[in-house]
Ligand binder design. Structure first.
Ligand code: MG
Length: 215
């Protein structure tokens, strides 16, 4: 929480421009794929049968998925040790580069605070050189705070329905979009496309953002 406040305190955005708020994992980064490689090196495999993290991770040959404790250990280990080994979502860097010519871009990620440097380094390396705000918990409050700082229109992109709902509640004027980068996760992702239009590919997502905030 402290970190999120600090990030927002230091953030400067143009108060007259539109603003695009984007998540990282499964929006800019292929998180599931990276985590799969990371756990694979430790004798585990991913069998994606639901929209979850730990419940898709199995010791090779096991019929039981890992428990919360083991899963958390892998998740934390990944952010300490494996978070550089992530591929960007296809088309994301180009889309944001294009949008950033006409709008501010802020990255709002729920990465653990200790993973900040690795995350910031990864973002820069892959062409996402925009301000990073590390958040904790649902994203509505941070999005509402950002919305209070500009007279321009806003868009918010996330893969998780609870974050989209949280933003709808805290700042209903923000246009919300869902994106799930991992093809295998897509069929399992809870969504509400009437409330939060869903576009799992960046070219379509970019067009929808443009239509919502740049016209
Ligand atoms: Mg995400």
């Amino acid at each position: 929480m402290q970190t999120a406040l600090t990030d927002l305190d230091h953030l400067l955005i143009d108060p007259r421009r539109p603003l695009v708020i984007v998540d990282v994992d499964e929006v800019l980064a292929r998180f599931m794929l990276g985590l799969e490689r990371f756990v694979g090196r430790q004798g585990y495999e991913m069998r994606i049968t639901r929209f979850a993290l730990f419940q898709n991770i199995y010791a090779v040959g096991s019929t039981e998925h890992v428990g919360v404790e083991a899963g958390l250990e892998m998740f934390n280990g990944f952010f300490l040790d494996g978070a550089d080994d992530l591929e960007p979502a296809e088309g994301a860097a180009d889309a944001l580069a294009d949008l950033s010519g006409r709008a501010e871009v802020v990255i709002l990620s729920n990465a653990p605070g200790y993973g900040r440097e690795a995350r910031a380094g990864w973002l820069k390396k892959h062409g996402f050189d925009y301000p990073l705000v590390i958040n904790s918990g649902l994203k509505g409050p941070a999005a509402a705070e950002l919305a209070s700082r500009t007279s321009g229109k806003l868009a918010f992109v996330d893969d998780l329905l609870p974050n989209l709902e949280s933003v709808a509640e805290a700042a209903p004027a923000i246009s919300r979009f869902q994106m799930v980068a991992d093809e295998r996760l897509r069929p399992f992702a809870p969504c509400a496309p009437d409330r939060h239009p869903r576009h799992d590919e960046w070219p379509a997502l970019k067009a929808a953002i443009e239509a919502a905030i740049l016209r």
